[in-house]
Design a protein around this ligand. Structure first.
Ligand SMILES: NC(=O)C1=CN([C@@H]2O[C@H](COP(=O)(O)OP(=O)(O)OC[C@H]3O[C@@H](n4cnc5c(N)ncnc54)[C@H](OP(=O)(O)O)[C@@H]3O)[C@@H](O)[C@H]2O)C=CC1
Ligand SMILES: O=C(O)CCC(=O)C(=O)O
Ligand SMILES: [Mg+2]
Length: 414
């Protein structure tokens, strides 16, 4: 059994699911690989300043470092990428925040980010995409992009069920497909790697239920199901059909002009909510050409990954794209971007994504005054054109500042 390396902070209290958030909650954080070392301390500093200012010292987060990824292998040694006590802390302390973690392409370890989502059953990846006035964008009207992505976070090809080309396992599965399932369409069976894409009705329903409920709670006009169901009929097509069926069965949606689009009255506002669908490739051009027509998006894991970065680019890039991973019990917040290794340790990148992820966390905790201060101070810093390199290179008259100086610029504007 490995030694414990987690130090529980003195004076902090555990958040218990279903109970009020204490004034001194313990929040576990994972620093993250690559630029994690730059952005995580800045995020903590900005959050602490916002909480202090909003509650005049009555509330305070007690940060508890837990380990995963490269830092974990340094702290625990050897091959310990995701210690059991980290998993236990993420479960026990209910709300947490993490920096990005590296996943090698091809061989090597499987994604720790994906493993966390699957192990903790964080089935909703929630990624809001909104425009901050003054942020440089490739669009003429970036303000028209206002969408909230609900990405299924536990299924699809991210399940990691795959076999390397020419391995014994790949040969076995190909032989099974050819001999027992009558598959004749594998073009080069001797050299094909094989991956499996599981998509379930239950997994689809719980994700789409959250997306529709979000539209109700936030007065949104539509939910768009994004899929490639014309090609992958029983996985992505299933996702679309199950989503429509759920909208009708659980929310009383009625088909429009014979369907499949349907609509129902928002029980809270009386306004119409339209449930519609779009095929993923067409959707990617629609969001550029007609962004105002889309609001809440419900989609599968891989589509959600692509759509997240594409939409982030429309409003200034992944330097400012936040996210949350949610189960029915646990919430783990993280930026949309990765470890951007070429910038690691340079105090250069935009800490905005992780800070806005923390803003979502504060709102999730009901600490809305502190969350509002974060939004206000970020808007003020960007409005004054005090920005990191990613925005500065596209803005005229900007004052380019470091990652930590951007955090300080926010704090100065609270
Ligand atoms: N949830 C997670 O932990 C995630 C982890 N990853 C992992 O991260 C690693 C690197 O992935 P990669 O594909 O390079 O994608 P990254 O998101 O790490 O970086 C791609 C580019 O995005 C821009 N960028 C990213 N973060 C910021 C930021 N904070 N501020 C400003 N610009 C930013 C940079 O653009 P420019 O070069 O133009 O300056 C960067 O080169 C991989 O191992 C991948 O698996 C990826 C996504 C999510
Ligand atoms: O796990 C990874 O390395 C990549 C994850 C990713 O791209 C995402 O969550 O958007
Ligand atoms: Mg991604």
């Amino acid at each position: 059994m490995s030694t414990s390396h987690i130090q529980v902070p003195q004076g902090g209290q555990k958040i218990i699911a279903g109970q009020a958030i204490p004034n001194n909650p313990i929040i576990p954080f994972i620093e993250g690989d690559g630029i994690g070392i730059d952005i995580t301390p800045v995020m903590k500093k900005v959050v602490d300043a916002a909480v202090k200012k909003a509650y005049a010292g009555q509330k305070q987060i007690h940060w508890m470092e837990i380990y995963a990824g490269e830092k974990s292998t340094r702290v625990y040694g050897g091959d310990v990428w995701l210690p059991e006590e980290t998993m236990a802390a993420l479960r026990d302390y209910v709300i947490s925040i993490k920096g990005p973690m590296t996943t090698p392409v091809g061989g090597g370890i499987r994604s720790l980010n994906v493993a966390l989502r699957q192990e903790l059953d964080l089935y909703t990846c929630l990624r809001p995409v909104r425009y901050f006035t003054g942020v440089p964008s490739p669009l003429k009207r970036p303000d028209l992009t206002d969408m909230v992505i609900f990405r299924e976070n536990t299924e699809d090809i991210y399940a990691g069920i795959e076999w390397e080309a020419e391995s014994d396992s790949a040969k076995k599965i190909i032989a099974f497909l050819q001999n027992e399932m009558g598959v004749k369409k594998i073009r080069f069976p001797e050299t094909s790697g094989i991956g499996i894409k599981p998509v379930s009705r239950q997994g689809t329903e719980r994700l789409v239920r959250k997306a529709i409920q979000y539209a109700i709670d936030n007065g949104k006009p539509s939910v768009t199901i994004v899929h490639k169901g014309n090609i992958m009929k029983y996985t992505e097509g299933g996702f679309r059909d199950w989503a429509y069926a759920l909208a009708q069965k659980e929310f009383g949606a009625k088909p429009i002009d014979g369907g499949p689009w349907c609509s129902f009255k928002n029980p809270k506002t009386g306004g119409d909510i339209i449930v519609k669908d779009a095929i993923a490739d067409a959707f990617l051009q629609q969001i550029l050409l007609r962004p105002a027509e889309y609001s809440v998006i419900a989609t599968l894991n891989l589509n959600g990954d692509y759509v997240s970065d594409a939409l982030a680019a429309q409003v200034g890039g992944i330097g400012i794209a936040p996210g949350a991973n949610l189960s029915d019990a646990v919430a783990m917040f993280e930026a949309t971007h990765g470890t951007a290794p070429k910038y690691a340790g340079q105090d250069k990148v935009n800490p905005g994504s992780l800070i806005l992820s923390a803003e979502m966390m504060l709102r999730h905790m009901g600490w809305t005054e502190a969350a509002d201060l974060i939004i206000k101070s970020m808007e003020a810093a960007i409005g004054d054109k005090v920005v990191t390199y990613d925005f500065a290179r596209q803005m005229e008259g900007a004052q380019e500042v470091s990652c930590s100086a951007f955090g300080d610029a926010m704090i100065a504007r609270m």
